[in-house]
Design a protein around this ligand. Structure first.
Ligand code: NAD
Length: 727
């Protein structure tokens, strides 16, 4: 099976077509790279060949390097990774120099890339090594280098070539943010050369007419100067000072890829091109050997995709949703209506009053208006999406819905009533789902006449932005309901995890202890600055105090009261409640009240800490160790995740890791709590947990499972990496 084939035509143009058998999208494997290299050798050696066009047999060009291959490369050790990357560099450099005389730069064969659609990662690095890039005028195509999003950076020459092509500033958003562009924008940014109707025809034409000078890259020509200046001239120097501060500010120093990328750029900019490639390869090897990159690739790419494709879907016929009924058009219902209608699903949006239902529908109009103003949507698309949403109070409109999602008030009585009303109308095969965040699914199912078709589908707020959906199985939930929920989540392009019914399910179960630990630290007299920075320097997107402000302090009060009522004497969080009750009493309800642990200006912009913190919870003379604060904030979450797995609430550590990053932003550089504990190693994790438990109490007690793994020298991914259950 070959990934690349070559056809030479009568005019002397060799067309190399990339078409990986059995895949809808091309990805580069090491084998594939060797095949391409052999074809280039053939074309360069064949006197009948005047030039080469590299294109794709699929609707897109390529999605990048096969990330499974990248993740596997490190098993051979650093030298093997470095050698592998250098082989790739040599192959791409051969394309770039195209057989030209090294001195005169004459006599090379023109090689062009013709991109029918999306070209990402190595799918753009390969074209960047050719002499001209032609892209189809295809607004659906995305062009860019998204490597940084999964914890690596462009290591196939993309970093070195783009910086030399666009300068450090010009290249920075593509390299450091992984920004993707449609072809027209990619052209104006200088990423590609031409946007045309038929890229193969145009590339062919260009190849036949190219001159020797057309083949010489600026950096191979005499007198080349990097746009914006090299690091050792004043302008370039300032760029690097700024870039370095910006990267550190954004990443808090925990993402090895961003730092390594910047080092490769800085060091590479001071030496000739071929040495720069070698430096790029060294830093790439460095990043790949860092456990963070493989954990990020595993969770944010491989396992996320596996879950989206239904890794844990029970056997059941296709359950694609055609018409969804949504009960309650409040904040959540309105958001669920929007994502459903965007996915092409017909929506019936019900509320108790017609104006409430209309208001829920207006949320979709608002989001679409914003998208139109940002040129991300059109009036026609808006009309089409809104046309799919019927806002009504009439339950009879639910006839024909194959899925109903309930998002009314968090009140078992109200939920029971709407469940009965809906079930009186919907067909026998329809599935009923609740979006409750705190009520047990199995209890709510009592209101249903068919509890096997009753399930939890738990969205996060704001629904249009949050990628995770928790699917919760009640005691009697049947496999078809799970399949339906998974098929629905796939339609609306979100990532599902399937969990069992237990207090707070998975994500909230782990994030609440994080918030509570922050509040405990404050109550103990820890400086709020220290608390927030400790969290952020571990890679948490928000410190715990900022997070409470965002989710609102009255919600915290509500949850605390309900949990205390449910748990009685076993309730462990009295010290925490004292903090939020005191804040709530003073009307400091968080961002929505423009007053919380932080101050906010009139426009809602967050300012410094509220002055009152210093008098309410005076800072202790002696402050705890920074790492101890970090361990407390991270271990409360990670140990809770392990307990959720040990209890069987979570069946699959892959879901635990992916869900943690997407659901509550658990330090993405770690790959998730299970990956993080694996990085620490179970013995070290137990040692830290024991020390914390001794000092701060049983919430840090190491779960038996972790202790067992420590004793046996095992890791989570070693033992359960393929989705095996704990129990
Ligand atoms: P909300 O108060 O904004 O909306 C509830 C809506 O239900 C209101 O519009 C109300 O008029 C309507 N409603 C009440 N009784 C009704 C009835 N009998 N028939 C039809 N409509 C009725 O609340 P929300 O924040 O959207 O939460 C809804 C559900 O989602 C709750 O169960 C909540 O726990 C859950 N949830 C909320 C969040 C969140 O962040 N807010 C996150 C996940 C889940």
């Amino acid at each position: 099976m070959t990934d690349f084939t070559m056809k030479k035509d009568a005019d002397g143009v060799a067309i190399i077509t990339w078409d990986v058998p059995g895949k809808s999208m091309n990805v580069l494997s090491l084998d594939g790279a060797a095949q391409l290299d052999a074809l280039i050798d053939d074309a360069l050696a064949d006197e009948a060949v005047k030039g080469v066009v590299i294109t794709s047999g699929k609707k897109d060009f390529a999605a990048g390097m096969d990330l499974n291959v990248i993740a596997g490369m490190k098993t051979g050790g650093a030298q093997a990774v470095f050698d592998g990357i250098m082989t790739l560099h040599r192959a791409l450099r051969k394309i770039e120099l195209a057989g030209m005389d090294p001195k005169t730069k004459k006599g090379g064969k023109p090689i062009a890339a013709a991109l029918p659609g999306t070209a990402l990662g190595i799918g753009l690095e390969l074209p960047l090594a050719t002499h001209r890039i032609f892209a189809a005028d295809n607004p659906k195509a995305r062009i860019g280098l998204p490597e940084i999003m999964v914890g690596i950076f462009p290591g196939g020459g993309g970093t070195t070539r783009l910086v030399r092509k666009l300068g450090v500033l010009g290249a920075s958003s593509f390299l450091l943010e992984g920004k993707l562009n449609e072809p027209a924008k990619a052209k104006s940014a200088g990423l590609i050369d031409e946007v045309v109707a038929d890229p193969v025809a145009s590339a062919r034409e260009w190849v036949l007419n190219a001159t020797d000078a057309d083949l010489v890259k600026p950096w191979d020509a005499k007198g080349y100067k990097m746009p914006g200046g090299e690091p050792y001239n004043p302008a370039g120097f300032m760029t690097f000072v700024g870039a370095s501060a910006m990267v550190h500010g954004k990443t808090m120093g925990v993402y090895p890829a961003a730092k390594a990328l910047l080092s490769a750029v800085y060091e590479g900019a001071m030496v000739p091109f071929d040495t720069a490639l070698k430096i790029e390869a060294r830093w790439f090897t460095n990043v790949l050997m860092n456990p963070s990159s493989s954990a990020m690739i595993r969770s944010l790419f491989i396992n996320k995709e596996a879950l989206e494709k239904g890794a844990n879907r029970p056997e059941a016929p296709d359950q694609t949703v055609k018409k969804v009924g949504i009960l309650g058009a409040g904040m959540m219902g309105a958001g669920i209506a929007y994502v459903s209608a965007m996915a092409g699903i017909e929506v019936v949006l019900i509320d108790a009053k017609q104006e409430a239902a209309e208001k829920g529908k207006a949320h979709s109009a608002d989001l679409l208006d914003k998208a139109i103003s940002r040129k991300k949507s059109t009036e026609a698309k808006k009309a089409e999406v809104l046309g799919r949403i019927t806002a009504t109070t009439d339950y009879a409109a639910l006839a024909g819905c194959d899925l109903v999602v309930e998002a009314v008030f968090e009140d078992p009585g109200v939920k029971a009533e709407v469940t009965k009303k809906a079930e009186a109308v919907i067909g026998p095969d329809a599935i009923f789902a609740t979006n409750t965040s705190t009520l047990p699914i199995s209890d709510l199912a009592h209101a249903s006449s068919r509890p096997d078709e009753f399930i939890g589908i738990h969205f996060f707020s704001p629904v249009d932005k949050m990628a995770l959906v928790e699917i919760i199985k009640g005691k009697q939930t049947g496999p078809r309901a799970v399949a339906k929920a998974l098929d629905f989540v796939r339609q609306i392009r979100k990532t599902p995890i399937v969990v069992h019914d237990a207090r707070f399910f998975y994500a909230n179960r782990c994030i609440i202890p994080y918030i509570n630990e922050g509040l405990r630290l404050l109550a103990e007299g820890t400086s709020p600055t220290l608390i927030e920075n400790a969290a952020k320097q571990m890679g948490m997107p928000l410190g715990p105090l900022q997070l409470v402000d965002e989710t609102s302090i009255d919600l915290g009060v509500k949850i605390a009261k309900a949990t205390r009522a449910a748990m009685g004497d076993a309730y462990p969080d009295g010290a925490v409640d004292e903090v939020i009750f005191r804040m709530a009493d003073q009307g400091r309800l968080g961002r929505k009240a423009n007053a919380g642990f932080y101050d906010y200006d009139a426009s809602g912009k967050r300012q410094g800490f509220w002055e009152g913190l210093a008098t309410e919870w005076p800072e202790a003379a002696e402050q705890p160790e920074f790492t101890e604060i970090q361990n407390r904030l991270m271990f409360v979450q990670a140990l809770e995740a392990v307990r959720a797995f040990e209890d069987g609430v979570l069946e699959d550590i892959r879901e635990g890791d992916v869900g943690a990053i997407l659901g509550w932003g658990f330090a993405p550089w770690t790959g998730g709590p299970f990956s993080w504990l694996d990085m620490l190693g179970a013995p070290r994790a137990v040692e830290i947990a024991d020390a914390l438990a001794k000092k701060f109490g049983p919430r840090f007690a190491a779960p038996a499972l972790l202790r067992d793994m420590a004793a046996k020298g095992e890791s989570f991914y070693g033992r359960y990496g393929k989705g095996q259950k704990a129990a």
